[in-house]
Design a protein around this ligand. Structure first.
Ligand code: FSO
Ligand code: SF4
Length: 547
């Protein structure tokens, strides 16, 4: 196997025997195969799009998003579940090829279309279709950068489509991008352009999800979230899909069961139409990587709506109480499919919860969040005044992910050592490094403003554009905002590409630079965008004039 798509990749270069995330070589092969089949579907769909031929757009969109999403780090560890997608994909590809034939559409000569899809050749084909099939490291780097961006975009699209939002141009872009990735002749200039276009499409995908979430549940508002526990049995829900949480809240109302969020689901508490449920009682625990210890003390059922899954220890006391949804999966865990009406039936989870003890408290107190763009705009006068008076010197966007590496202590230290006249703008699970540090406020404005999930980084781009307008700054980079982003998986890749496409420069990413960015591609990113890695807290504070 070879996989270097996340920040924790082995030795900072690539996982080759087994993933640091727990991904087995067989799972990696199944994912390589699924990505190849997705490229196949992309190639034919793209050709049909260009010819204006009618086809089942919903099926193609669903297949591509689900396939890409399930190969994201920590989303799916179930080989059989991944391989049934391969089978589905081959059938879809072949149907599309037939359609192309009937419509007189010429298809390019590609390995992804030549493979017959026979089960006997799975292992052999997976070997041919891995990341290292591309010999030139710069071409490989640009193609993988695109694919990882597409994975993040697919995840966001899936959530938006669960809330009945759609944008066919995004699905068409995914198909086109996959077709270019499959083209052995695609040169560096084409691929650099493709990376930037992926970022632009990423902005659209995040805007679509923002619209989906806010039109269904209202705009996030300032909210205090309880960190303690109650006496009722609980159900813990993790991941990003708000629609699944709503289904669960509706089905558990008045049953004496409390619902707790974990990890990236924390921002659900900020939405008026979700926080109105009295039995959505609090957030339990921290970022994804602490789940083994935290789940062991929860006592009730646990639901994964999306990544990030950490494989449990063999003797984990919770391993018979976990359920996966959507594109996620884990061998031995129960998977709940959506019904024909797009809703999920949680009765099995609820029946189990009734037999469980209440959760054990991990901590007590409250944290504050809910600062997505609408809430920040509502406070605009106060914020602008604080900037004009010098009470706020700088905003530091510290969005992104948390992870296991010790070097991530940097983010807690950086937050703590920031001067008191600075405000942290955050989103994603990176916040767990500093959202409980009590960093105080500036004239009533908290020094850590949490917009929400990783996709809500979109809010900070919207806020930056608004501030540019208010301060009549010529360039968005003239504002007192700097970006110190923590990354882990591929959703952070689409967030980064989206920020770059909006013209934001001098972004620092850490705790390490991506292994999949080759030295030459890095040079392009440094020269054009001033992108760089983080260094030490002292040096970075100095570089931003904050020491
Ligand atoms: Fe994973 Fe975290 Fe939200 Fe990331 S829980 S790591 S960018 O924030 O994506 O899924
Ligand atoms: Fe390794 Fe990350 Fe790939 Fe898992 S997702 S196999 S940890 S590079």
């Amino acid at each position: 196997m070879f996989c270097y798509q996340c920040q924790e990749t082995a030795k900072g270069t690539g996982c080759t025997l087994k993933g640091v995330c727990g991904k087995a070589a067989t799972t990696s092969a199944a994912m390589d195969l699924l990505l190849a089949v997705s490229r196949g579907v992309g190639i034919v769909s793209d050709a049909l799009n260009r010819a204006g031929a009618a086809k089942d757009e919903k099926e193609i969109g669903h297949f591509l998003c689900d396939a890409l999403f399930c190969t994201i780090t920590n989303a799916n560890f179930d080989d059989a579940d991944i391989l049934q997608r391969v089978e589905k994909g081959i059938a879809l590809r072949d149907r599309l090829v037939k359609l192309a034939d009937e419509n007189g559409v010429t298809l390019p000569e590609r390995a992804e279309l030549r493979w017959d899809g026979s089960k006997a050749s799975y292992a052999e084909e997976a070997k041919r279709q891995g990341v290292l099939r591309i010999a030139n490291e710069d071409i490989r780097s640009l193609k993988e950068l695109t694919v990882y961006g597409l994975k993040g975009m697919a995840a966001y699209y899936e959530h938006a489509s669960n809330l009945q939002q759609a944008d066919l141009t995004l699905i068409h872009f995914m198909a086109e991008a996959l077709a270019i990735v499959a083209d052995p002749e695609a040169d560096q200039a084409t691929l650099i352009d493709l990376v930037l276009r992926t970022g632009q499409a990423g902005v659209k995908a995040m805007a679509l999800l923002d619209k989906a979430n806010t039109s269904a549940y209202g705009s996030p508002v300032i909210t205090k979230v309880n960190l303690g526990v109650g006496r009722n049995p609980g159900i813990l829900i993790s991941g990003h899909d708000l629609h699944d949480l709503e289904d669960l809240l509706k089905q558990t109302e008045g049953m004496g069961i409390d619902i707790y969020t974990h990890g990236e689901m924390l921002p659900a508490h900020y939405y008026p139409q979700l926080k109105k449920y009295a039995h959505l009682v609090g957030n339990y625990g921290n970022a994804w990587w602490q789940q083994k210890e935290e789940f062991a003390r929860f006592n009730g059922p646990i639901i994964f709506t999306t990544n990030c899954i950490v494989p449990p220890r063999a003797d984990a006391n919770y391993k018979d109480r976990v359920f996966t949804l959507n594109s996620t999966g884990f061998p031995g865990w129960k998977h709940i499919e959506s019904g024909a009406d797009g809703h999920k039936d949680f009765s099995e989870v609820i029946a189990l919860a009734k037999t469980c003890r209440a959760p054990e408290a991990l901590e007590a107190g409250e944290i504050v969040g809910g600062f997505a763009h609408a809430q920040v705009f509502a406070l605009a006068d106060q914020i602008v005044e604080a900037v004009k008076s010098g009470a706020i010197r700088k905003f530091i966007v510290m969005s992104g992910c948390d992870g296991r590496m010790k070097s991530r202590q940097y983010y807690a230290d950086f937050a703590q050592q920031l001067p008191k006249d600075t405000v942290i703008l955050t989103s994603g699970c990176a916040k767990y490094r500093y959202n409980k540090l009590n960093l105080g406020d500036i004239n009533g404005i908290p020094r850590v403003l949490d917009a929400g999930q990783c996709n809500d980084s979109y809010s900070w781009a919207v806020v930056a554009m608004k501030l540019q307008e208010i301060f009549q700054a010529k360039d968005i980079n003239d504002l007192p905002i700097v970006f110190n982003i923590a990354w882990y998986e591929q959703k952070a890749v689409i967030v980064l590409l989206a920020l770059l496409s909006l013209g934001i420069k001098n972004i620092h990413i850490g705790p390490t630079l991506p292994a999949f960015v080759s030295p030459n591609v890095l040079k392009v990113l440094v020269e054009n965008f001033g992108l760089g890695g983080n260094t030490t807290v002292d040096e970075d504070l100095k570089a931003w004039g904050l020491a």
